[in-house]
Design a protein around this ligand. Structure first.
Ligand code: FES
Length: 216
């Protein structure tokens, strides 16, 4: 060790400070107070001149191609599903428009049979010597009235419209009677069949034909 007589003896160089175990990975030492990035760590770990050249292997090429085709196929599958979904639009499954009920004699005189109210939206009404199929849709704004046997009337809970047992309106805001459906007796089963594809309107006089009532 030499020393300059002008500057005095050189400061002694002590051993490098070694961190206690577990020490940080050698290339994790901070540089100027900043932690090294992963790239910097690799840079120090493997000098550029000693790194192997970047090459594309056949396996890697096939792998990339397979991944690309996989993504393409997935996108195609999603597109195909969308097309199939488009071909089968939303369908509401409603009860059949024509349905069998009971034999004529099973509907009691001056009665309202509510068997088909919930399932088909029809009251079977036997009154005045006629059996009729009356719609349960209020002719005001479409609510469903209730049959009030004590008052012998249909009463709509929405705005108070009232109808006689034969469906003719007499109170509330509704402008016209309940509608009626076509009905006939099935000659094979002897049951009354209601056909909702045909209906009549009392106020227009179209309900007075035999298609819309059965004499009882
Ligand atoms: S919908 Fe029935 S009275 Fe208004």
């Amino acid at each position: 060790m030499s020393s300059d007589p002008q500057q005095g003896p050189a400061p002694a160089v002590g051993p490098r400070e070694v961190p206690a175990w577990p020490s940080p990975w050698p290339y994790d030492y901070a540089v100027e107070g900043k932690a090294r990035t992963p790239a910097q760590k690799v840079e120090r770990l493997v000098p550029p001149e000693t790194r192997p050249p970047v090459t594309t292997t056949r396996r890697g090429l096939f792998g990339a191609a397979a991944a690309g085709w996989g993504a393409f196929a997935a996108a195609g599958g999603v597109g195909s599903l969308a097309v199939v979904r488009f071909l089968f639009p939303n369908v509401s499954f409603e009860p059949p428009q024509q349905f069998h009920t009971k034999a004529v004699g099973e509907f009691g005189a001056e009665s309202v049979d509510e068997t088909y109210k919930e399932t088909h939206g029809v009251w079977m009404v036997n009154t005045g010597g006629k059996l009729m199929a009356i719609s349960t849709v209020c002719t005001h704004l479409g609510c469903t009235p209730n049959w009030q046997a004590g008052d012998q009337k249909f009463k709509c809970p929405c705005h108070g419209s009232g109808y006689y047992i034969n469906g003719v309106n007499f109170e509330g805001p509704t402008p016209r009677p309940l509608e009626r459906f076509h009905l006939f007796v099935d000659p094979v089963t002897n049951q009354v069949v209601v056909d909702k594809t045909r209906k009549c309107q009392v106020e227009q006089g179209t309900c007075e034909v035999r298609d819309f009532y059965i004499p009882v």
